[in-house]
Design a protein around this ligand. Structure first.
Ligand SMILES: Cc1ncc(COP(=O)(O)O)c(C=O)c1O
Length: 406
């Protein structure tokens, strides 16, 4: 639907089934937070769980809390809750480490099980960490890492090996056709590792039904798990039992508290644990996930795309080009607009309380997290963007000064 006035935006807000969720987050007053695709804001339930673990279990029970507060089970328990969100079996997901580390572990473990020549492949426009990890891993184990052109991955799959692919591209927001990729992989015996970082908590992925067998993803974006919240790793039971982690830490041992000098992998997904889980981060994530018990992800995705469509049609009127799929087409939750003064424009937007992010060389990314953004928020942001462009308000020396994090 084309939204061409603030009144229309307000009318959509009035009937938005997700509108009440905004009140469940602590958002600074006067801020429109369009960076939930990078780092989600804190929810009341996340703070509550974090406080409960810090001031209850940690302050009172200390080491006893590993058993008494169930700390030791949190990586599995939260894994099962994430499994429900991505559409896979509850015991096939574990929460641990970062996406980068989990990708390393999973790619190393999957490669021996893939058919055809041993090679790790990915497309050139994947998130840099995926490429760095794939290249280094390939180097370490002495296999090639083949970086193919964007969209050439499905063809390359016909040669087997391991293929790493984002479900939603971090820059363009392009949504992968999971079924098509998995079908090609099945035909050749290749194994696909999905990077679900920009999809989890936003899209009803139904991954297992689409043939997905392996994945990693982060919890600090749309899941709002907090800065540095641990990532997750998914592998089907059948594959898991045949895989060996390259980082066999003690908590991935079959019986860690036997302190066995000989490593024996734990059953199933547990073998991908390495060291001690970050309990306070898991506690915050536990609270963040509480909110998702009430959320229908298909409604979330639909609203994120409607907000993105609003942005795209307004941007088109402003003469801005985009890297993202056009209005009306399925995609992830963010939109990337292009402008050579993108960095300065993002700073000018921030001065007006509209928080977006910038990705070099000239991408303005606007994230449309559906749980705390309204149609009017997006309309008002686009009005501000229009003023900044039309009046060259970005053209101030202090907007050109770059911080460490953009
Ligand atoms: C698609 C994608 N993969 C991986 C990462 C990095 O994850 P981590 O910092 O947990 O290693 C990011 C971070 O934004 C990302 O967007």
């Amino acid at each position: 639907m084309h939204i061409s006035s603030r009144e229309q935006a307000l009318a959509l807000d009035a009937t938005d089934p997700l509108a009440a969720f905004k009140g469940r987050f602590r958002l600074p007053p006067g801020i429109t937070y369009l960076v939930g695709h990078s780092l989600g804001p804190v929810s009341e339930s996340a703070i509550a769980r974090l406080n409960a673990h810090a001031q209850g279990a940690w302050a009172v029970d200390i080491v006893g809390a590993w058993n008494n507060a169930g700390w030791i089970d949190l990586p599995h328990q939260l894994g099962a809750r994430i499994a429900a969100l991505i559409g896979v079996k509850p015991d096939s997901v574990i929460v641990c480490d970062s996406v980068s580390v989990n990708l390393f572990k999973l790619a190393a473990a999957a490669l021996p099980l893939s058919k055809g020549p041993k090679v790790i492949r990915l497309e050139a426009d994947e998130f840099p960490t995926d490429k760095y990890i794939a290249e280094r891993l390939a180097d370490l184990i002495g296999v090639p890492c083949e970086v193919v052109a964007p969209e050439a991955g499905v063809d390359a799959l016909s040669k087997g090996g391991v293929f790493i692919r984002s479900a939603v591209n971090y820059r363009t927001s392009e949504l992968a056709n999971i079924e098509k990729v998995e079908e090609a992989a099945r035909a050749s015996g290749a194994l696909v590792i999905w990077d679900l970082s920009h999809a989890t908590g936003l899209i009803d992925l139904d991954l297992a039904a689409k043939g997905g067998q392996l994945a990693v993803g982060c919890t600090y974006k749309y899941l709002n798990g907090g800065p540095g919240a641990p990532a997750f790793l998914y592998a089907t039971k059948a594959l898991c039992e045949q895989m060996a982690t390259p980082l066999p830490g003690w908590l991935g041992h079959r019986t860690p508290f036997d302190f066995d000098p000989r490593y024996q992998p734990a059953e199933g997904i547990t073998r991908f644990l390495a060291g001690t889980p970050p309990i306070l981060a898991l506690a915050a994530l536990e609270g963040a996930l509480d909110l998702f018990e009430e959320v229908d992800l298909s409604v979330c995705h639909r609203k994120a795309m409607a907000l993105g469509d609003l942005c795209l049609s307004y941007a088109d009127e402003l003469g801005l080009s985009t890297l993202s799929p056009p209005a009306g087409q399925r995609r992830g939750g963010h939109i990337s607009l292009q402008h050579e003064k993108g960095y300065e424009i993002v700073q000018a937007l921030a001065e007006r309380g509209r928080k977006a992010d910038f990705r070099a060389p000239e991408t303005i990314r606007l994230g449309f997290s559906p749980l705390f953004l309204s149609y009017a928020d997006v309309w008002d942001t686009m009005e501000d963007l229009a003023a900044i462009l039309n009046q060259r308000l970005w053209d101030r020396p202090h907007f050109a000064k770059r911080g460490k994090v953009t």
